[in-house]
Design a protein around this ligand. Structure first.
Ligand SMILES: O=C(O)C1=C[C@@H](OP(=O)(O)O)[C@@H](O)[C@H](O)C1
Ligand SMILES: C=C(OP(=O)(O)O)C(=O)O
Length: 438
C-alpha cells in the first residue's frame, strides 16, 4: 500500500564540495548524560549530539533525579545526586539501544524500580543480552509482554560482582555490566576476545573511578571495583565518525567531489570504515591530528575516487559495526566484489540491516548476495530510480540517500524523520555541500 508519510529524495549530478563539522559522537553523548546523573556534582558537556536518541537519555537522566539544563547549542549541564531515584513515569528510550541498555545497567545498582520502553524498533530488539547478566548480579526484571523484549520493569538493589566473558563484541553489554558493577559488592570483570569501543572505560576514569584493563591470552580483561563514587566533570564530545561517514562517502562516490569533515574522532576502536576505504583505494586524507576531550581527533578529506572491492576482515567488524550500511552503498560504485562477513550483529540493530541493505540495494539495481552473517556487493553501474523501505532505521535511510547522490536516477527513502535520531542536520549538511536532498 502506498504511504502518504513524508519521503526524502536524493538526486544525482551535483558534486559535493566544502568543509563541515561532524556532529557530536552519539556513544559519548549518551554516556555523558548517564554518568553525569550517577555522579555527585556538576558535569558540563560541550558538543553534545542533540539527536532524538540522546535527548531521550537526557530526559531519562532527569527522571532518575538529576537536574539537566541546556545552556546553549550543544552545551548542557547535568547536576547529579550521586545515585538514581525511582522515576514517576515510564523511561521512554525511543529508538536507542545504547540508551536503554546502559540505563538499565546504571539503574540496576540502586534500590529503585523503573519501567523501560521504546519505539516499535526498540521493542523488537533483544534485551536479554543485558538483563540476563544484570539478573545474575541481583537485579530482577518483569516483562509485561514477551520475556527479553521491552517494555520491562527493573527492580534494582544490592548487587554482587560477576565475571563475564563476551561471546559477541558489544560495548553496550560491556557498559551495562560495568555501570552496574560500580554499585556491586566485589570486583566486576568483563573479558573481551574482540575489543569493542572503550568510551565507558575512558569516561569512568574521567569521573574518578579506577578501571583496570589488561591483555592476556583470552583477550582484554576490564576490571572495576564496586563502591567507587563518581564525581561530575567536564566532557568535550568529539565528532562522530559514524555520522562523518555519510558526507565523506558522498565525497568518494559523487564525481567531482571534495569534502572535508572536521573534528572527527579517531579512536582506533571506531575507525574500521576509514581503514577499509583506504584499502579500497579511496583518496582519504587525515590532517590536523590532535587530542580533544581525551580522544584523538582529526580533519578528514574525501575526494572522488576509483574504488575497488575488498574482503573486509571479520576481526574489523566491531570497529565499524554501524558503518557497514554506508560501506555497502560505496561498494556499489567499486569495481568487483566487496565481501562483508562476520557481521550477524547487524541483524539486531534498529532493523535487520543485512536484509534491509540487500533489499534496498537490489531495488536500486545493485547486485548483492545475502548470507546468514553477512553480504556481498558487486559494484557496477547503479541505476537507482527507486523508493527504499527503511524500517525505522536512520542509517539505512542515510546510506541510500548518499547512494542516490551518485546513482543514475534519484533514490527516495521512507520514514526520513528517523534520521534525527543520530544526525539531525544531515539534510542541511548534504545540501550545504552542494548535494540535492529534499
Ligand atoms: O556502546 C555504544 O555506544 C554502541 C555500541 C554498538 O552496539 P553493540 O554494543 O550492540 O555492538 C553500536 O552499534 C551502537 O550504535 C553504539
Ligand atoms: C545501532 C545503533 O544505535 P543503538 O544501538 O543505540 O540504537 C546505531 O546508531 O547505528
Amino acid at each position: 500500500m502506498a504511504s502518504n508519510a513524508p519521503h526524502l529524495t536524493a538526486r544525482p549530478g551535483h558534486p559535493l564540495k566544502g568543509t563541515v563539522r561532524a556532529p557530536g559522537d552519539k556513544s559519548i553523548s549518551h554516556r555523558s548524560m548517564i554518568l553525569g546523573a550517577m555522579a555527585s556534582g556538576v558535569t558540563e558537556v560541550e558538543g553534545l549530539l542533540e539527536g532524538d536518541d540522546v535527548l531521550a537519555t537526557a530526559r531519562a537522566a532527569e527522571a532518575f533525579g538529576a537536574t539537566v539544563e541546556k545552556l546553549g547549542g550543544g552545551r548542557w549541564r547535568v547536576t547529579g545526586r550521586g545515585g538514581f531515584q525511582t522515576p514517576t513515569g515510564v523511561i521512554d528510550c525511543g529508538n536507542a539501544g545504547t540508551g536503554v541498555r546502559l540505563l538499565m545497567g546504571a539503574a540496576a545498582g540502586y534500590p529503585i524500580s523503573a519501567t523501560f520502553d521504546g519505539d516499535a524498533s526498540l521493542r523488537s530488539r533483544p534485551m536479554g543480552r543485558v538483563t540476563d547478566h544484570l539478573t545474575r548480579m541481583g537485579a530482577s526484571f518483569d516483562w509485561s509482554g514477551k520475556p527479553g523484549l521491552l517494555p520491562a520493569t527493573l527492580t534494582g538493589g544490592m548487587l554482587s560482582a560477576i565475571d563475564h566473558v563476551q561471546t559477541v563484541a558489544s560495548a553496550q553489554v560491556k557498559s551495562a555490566i560495568l555501570l552496574a558493577g560500580l554499585n556491586a559488592e566485589g570486583t566486576t570483570s568483563v573479558t573481551e576476545p574482540e575489543k569493542s569501543r572503550d568510551h565507558t572505560e575512558r569516561m569512568l576514569r574521567a569521573f574518578g573511578a579506577a578501571v583496570d584493563v589488561q591483555e592476556d591470552g583470552e583477550g582484554w580483561i576490564i576490571r572495576l571495583k564496586g563502591g567507587q563514587p563518581l564525581t561530575g566533570t567536564a566532557v568535550s564530545v568529539p565528532g562522530d565518525p559514524s555520522s562523518a561517514a555519510f558526507p565523506l562517502a558522498a565525497g568518494l562516490i559523487v564525481p567531482g567531489s571534495e569534502v572535508t569533515v572536521e573534528g572527527v574522532m579517531l579512536n582506533p576502536l571506531r575507525t574500521g570504515l576509514f581503514d577499509t576505504w583506504i584499502e579500497m583505494g579511496a583518496d582519504l586524507t587525515i590532517a590536523n591530528r590532535r587530542v580533544s576531550g581525551g580522544e584523538d581527533v582529526g580533519d578528514i578529506t574525501a575526494r572522488h575516487s576509483a574504488l575497488k572491492g575488498v574482503v573486509v576482515p571479520e576481526s574489523r567488524a566491531a570497529s565499524m559495526i554501524d558503518e557497514y550500511p554506508i560501506l555497502a552503498a560505496t561498494a556499489a560504485f567499486a569495481s568487483g566484489e566487496t565481501v562483508m562477513r562476520g557481521v550477524g550483529e547487524m541483524r539486531v540493530k534498529e532493523s535487520d540491516r543485512i536484509r534491509l541493505m540487500v533489499d534496498g540495494l537490489r531495488v536500486c539495481g545493485v547486485a548483492v548476495e545475502e548470507e546468514p552473517d553477512g553480504f556481498i556487493v558487486t559494484g557496477g553501474p547503479v541505476p537507482g530510480g527507486a523508493t527504499v523501505h527503511t524500517a525505522h532505521d536512520h542509517r539505512i535511510a542515510m546510506s541510500h540517500l548518499v547512494l542516490g547522490l551518485a546513482a543514475e536516477q534519484p533514490v527516495t527513502v521512507d520514514e526520513p524523520e528517523m534520521i534525527a535520531t543520530s544526525f539531525p542536520g544531515f539534510v542541511e549538511m548534504m545540501n550545504g555541500l552542494g548535494g540535492e536532498v529534499g
